[in-house]
Write a protein that binds this ligand. Sequence first.
Ligand SMILES: [Zn+2]
Length: 274
Amino acid sequence: MTKTTESALADLVALLSGKRFAVLTGAGISTDSGIPDYRGPGSPPRTPMTYQQFVGDSAFRRHYWARNHVGWRHLRRTEPNAGHRALVGLEDRGIVLGVITQNVDLLHERAGSRRVIDLHGHYNEVICLQCGTVFTRAEVHERLDALNPEFTTEVGDVEIAPDADAVIAATESFRVLDCPVCGGMLKPNIVYFGENVPKERVHTAFELVDSGQALLVAGSSLTVMSGLRFVRHAHREGMPVAIVNRGGTRGDPLATVKVDGGTSETLQELARSL
Ligand SMILES: [Zn+2]
């Protein structure tokens, strides 16, 4: 740990001491669980899938579901890490009021966090865009398996992506599942680029931020407005903002304290010191 990081960490502890606060998390908190952060420093450029691509292009959709079919199994096997657990400990002590996460991996819930707002939804639900029926990903998995009995055996090298994608080559033969109720188009119940976070969910998240005396951001580069708006809001309200992230974030100019470091070690240290 460098001198600068050490003094920033002391500033972080001093800022949050005696305060109750909400935490906003992003992909950076899950990297130590083996889920790559495509926006982290040194990551290859990656174009995120848009809602329009998904609904407008059947070949793209087939490719997406094939990748998701493989990636989902891996995401299900990932485990929460020390950063997630540190936030659970802080919530148990009444210091952390709740977590707003941009991640869809459910690792906060699996670690034991009680109040979690999955801002972008999560990987374990699939919704029909026509009739609105919500299915569990496990149910969809069984049906996809039945439709594609040969598929998984073709898969070789698999990488995990934050949105449950897995990179595989041959997806042309993959058969996509339509809604078992109405035959409509199914989509993971996740907010994609080009979609808005449901209003009620945003409202609940603002309320959570407002119930605290500070806002802690952990592992987000705040690239998308869905996260950045909470930092802007806190700043406007005169609420101190602390940011823990490897590399720069769009919220840095508004931060009272910035720790350029990993979330696992920093949040553990924070939990020990508060
Ligand atoms: Zn339907």
